[in-house]
Design a protein around this ligand. Structure first.
Ligand code: MIG
Length: 785
């Protein structure tokens, strides 16, 4: 409690930010080359360097012994064979690949990494690698005036993280998500630096409590950890997109989600009975508001026991799930890690008998209090336990469930530290170690267990997993929602930079609780939030116990009509979004992205927090404050069409845009195209219609994009059952060319043709479709076959 009083700023609590109490790694005493690795023995420790690709360098420092290179939970690739040169130059060792130049100065060891154009990426001067006797390790790098920092996973505050200091320690933070609230639920010890329009990345693969400091010193930043090795990767860039490709090359990419998971989700803590859920579902259908998923929060369980249903509240979940499925709705139940201590409860029995729970070194099971009361926690660091937990999900899949929501997996425990004792020993697949070391990967490994178990059980259908906690690589298993926000305008505002930075951290499938979780929402906030939510990669309306109900119809017809329009719009944009999800699954690029990702040379985008891009040609400038119907919108270079009105606005400047409550400013770049469909009904979402909307460009404009489609729920696409068109739009003075440059895949969609709608075509312009002039520009079509 005293933390909230002046006691917190006692003079003794002054922290030493100088770094003087660290022991420097010292001089290089010897360098040995082992295969393609360089092993350095230094005065005060050991360092190994190796290239993972031409553009990725790994550096590992261990104070006491040769670095161990096989500890990662995040990286699942090995170094590839590349050629590089090495030479001695004035006492330093120079290593050079096609993309990177590394200079190792020896007295003391200082590392400088440059890109192929000799641009400095990371540089160490007075300070380099160091550590303290308590096991803390740290490295400093020079910071330039023009540096901007992004990523760091899920953090509150603004887009550009320069001048911030962050901690990574997965934490259940119910309140209050202020700009200073840190850490939150996810730990993604990774960032991207933008320096004069060029980007590079650093991934600090350490699962202890880690810190990043871009604040305490003016010309240096540092990162550190409470233990373990100083193990990090330098990613060459040089474009922000390249950095993301490199980072997700290391840590993996999101599997292509089922289409239903990209739809609208309705949730509440909690819909408490079968009758309530049925009424909810019926409401959506009657009102023709699209919905793909209804979530079941903790009240569905019998005394909060996971893998059970409360049969009083939910007498026949099998039937409920089947009936909802007929209505085009899936059910996603919550699953927490805590297993109730109850000797009559089969999961607890199996857990104890199979030795599946986390234990102290002395052999006692660790118990913590969560919803069910005293609970044990599966040790997900152990393969055998992950398998057990995964198989248990047959309980859900047998009922027709295809998606799971993992909560409280930091793990959250109701005690002073908010989590498990850090002295608990995890078995960790043969390398037992403490919770202090593995805390940050507990959620990731629960995700792995759940995702893989669901995938096995579903036999050919794609599972969906939503998680609160995670570590780098979480995107391989789960979508991430940003936890317990509140129904404040400030939290709507903050959700944009948060989603953008998660996207920049490899997590493309993410979004906040629309409408706000805690506190009472209000109609204006809910409408504005739903407008944004219609385009956030993950789209779920969720609210807490004892707060105002916030389903789209709760505030009367006027507001309902607007929300209905935007939720339907989500579905009209589905072909476009699905193509972007496909891109994310291939290259790691986020669906929702900051403007600087597309315009890295435009400084005005570097800390633009209230505008986002969807893909590379759609820009949203939502209204994020109450009572506001006009806002300044900055548009980057080019010309942009306000989607609703068809008016064009010039780029490289700001405009004042008017938007009544029913409107959200959405711009499509001139000379580009998007794919859309129409909304039919909740039972028939995979509609038979597709249209490509082409915004005619200026002479010389060329735009290309990939349209992707498949059945949306199975793995048939892995065997070639998909449709992929590489499309080019070329604008000339007297013609617009729409060309399918290449087609791939064998998927036969329910639509036989794609209509083309040309917007802004001049009377003097012809349309040339796949090389052929077309007369009737009202009836343009591309045949699927
Ligand atoms: O508040 O399961 O973030 O989405 O509704 C404690 C109940 C537990 C926290 C989650 C929230 C969920 C709630 N959970």
């Amino acid at each position: 409690m005293l933390e909230d009083t002046s006691f917190a700023i006692l003079p003794e609590n002054k922290q030493d930010t100088t770094g003087n109490h660290y022991l420097d790694i010292g001089n290089v005493l010897s360098i040995e080359k082992q295969q393609d690795m360089f092993q350095l023995t230094c005065t005060n420790g050991f360092v190994t360097l190796c290239f993972y690709t031409e553009s990725i360098l790994r550096i590992v420092m261990n104070p006491t012994s040769q670095p161990d290179l096989n500890l990662s939970n995040a990286v699942n690739v090995k170094p590839v064979d590349i050629s590089f040169s090495e030479k001695d130059y004035e006492g330093a060792l120079l290593l050079k690949t096609k993309k990177l130049e590394v200079k190792l100065e020896k007295k003391p060891l200082r590392i400088t990494v440059k890109d192929e154009n000799s641009r400095v990426l990371v540089e160490e001067q007075e300070r380099g690698m160091a550590y303290q006797n308590n096991g803390e390790i740290r490295v400093w790098k020079q910071m330039e005036e023009s540096d901007h920092f992004y990523g760091f996973g899920e953090k509150s505050g603004f887009l550009d993280k320069r001048g911030e200091k962050y901690e990574m320690w997965n934490t259940d933070v119910y309140a209050p998500h202020n700009p200073e609230t840190d850490p939150l639920y996810e730990s993604i010890p990774y960032f991207m630096t933008l320096r004069n329009g060029k980007a590079h990345g650093i991934f600090f693969d350490n699962t202890f409590r880690t810190f990043f400091d871009m604040k305490s010193e003016t010309d240096r930043y540092s990162f550190s950890a409470e233990g373990g090795q100083l193990d990090y990767y330098v990613l060459a860039g040089a474009d922000p997109k390249n950095v993301l490709e490199q980072y997700t090359y290391l840590t993996g990419r999101m599997p292509l989600p089922p289409k239903w998971a990209i739809g609208y989700h309705q949730s509440r803590y909690s819909y408490e009975s079968e009758a309530e859920v049925r009424e909810l579902a019926a409401n959506f259908l009657e009102r023709d508001i699209p919905v793909d998923v209804i979530h079941l929060d903790i009240h569905y369980m019998n005394g909060y026991r996971v893998f059970t249903f409360d049969r009083d509240r939910f007498p026949n979940p099998e039937k409920l799930i089947a009936d909802l499925r007929e209505m085009g709705i899936r059910v996603v139940p919550i699953v927490d890690p805590g297993v109730k201590q109850d000797s009559a409860y089969p999961i607890y029995q199996e857990g104890v008998q199979g030795d599946n729970f986390c234990k102290y070194i002395e052999g006692d099971i660790y118990f913590g209090d969560v919803w069910p009361g005293k609970s044990a926690f599966p040790d997900f660091t152990e393969e055998k336990v992950r398998k057990w937990w995964g198989e248990k999900h047959a309980f859900y899949t047998d009922m027709g469930i295809e998606g799971i929501w993992n909560d409280m997996n930091e793990p959250a425990v109701f005690n002073e530290t908010k989590t498990m004792d850090t002295s608990v020993m995890h078995r960790n697949d043969g390398r037992p170690t403490t919770h202090k070391e593995l805390h940050n990967v507990y959620g990731l490994l629960m995700g792995k267990a759940t995702y893989e178990g669901m995938k096995d059980q579903l036999q050919g259908k794609r599972p969906f997993l939503l998680t609160r906690a995670g570590y780098s690589g979480v995107q391989r298993y789960a979508a991430v929602w940003t936890g317990d926000n509140r129904s404040f305008w400030e939290h709507l505002q903050m959700s944009l930079p948060m989603v953008m930075n998660l996207g920049l951290s490899g997590v493309a499938f993410t979004g906040p609780d629309v409408g706000g979780f805690a506190h009472d929402t209000n109609p204006e906030l809910l409408v504005r939030w739903t407008q944004v939510g219609a385009f956030t990669p993950y789209f779920r309306n969720h609210s807490a116990l004892n707060t105002t109900y916030q389903e789209p119809w709760q505030f009367g017809e006027k507001y309902e009509a607007i929300m209905k329009k935007y939720i339907q719009m989500r579905y009209e944009w589905m072909p476009q979004l699905y193509s972007l999800f496909f891109e994310a699954s291939q290259s790691g690029l986020p669906v929702m992205r900051p403007l600087f990702m597309e315009y890295p040379d435009d400084e005005r985008t570097y800390n633009l927090n209230d505008e986002v891009m969807i893909g590379d040609n759609v820009l949203l400038a939502p209204i994020l404050s109450p009572g506001v119907t006009d806002r300044a919108v900055y548009l980057p270079e080019g010309e942009w069409m306000l989607w609703e009105t068809g008016e064009f606005y010039e780029g490289n400047r700001s405009h004042l845009i008017h938007a009544e409550l029913a409107d959200m400013p959405l711009f499509v770049k001139k000379g580009t195209a998007i794919m859309q469909t129409n909304w039919i009904s909740n039972q028939e979402k995979e509609t038979k219609q597709r249209s490509m909307k082409v915004v005619a460009g200026n002479p010389g404009d060329v735009y290309s994009f990939t349209y992707y489609d498949d059945d949306g729920e199975t793995y048939a696409y892995e065997k070639g059952d998909y449709l992929k068109w590489y499309i080019e739009i070329k604008s000339e003075k007297d013609a617009i060319h729409v060309t399918i440059l290449d087609k791939e895949g064998n998927y036969l969609p329910p639509y036989k043709e794609v209509n083309i709608v040309l917007i802004g075509l001049k009377p003097s312009q012809n349309v040339i479709l796949n090389g052929k002039m077309t007369e009737d520009t009202q009836q343009l079509k591309l045949n699927v076959l």
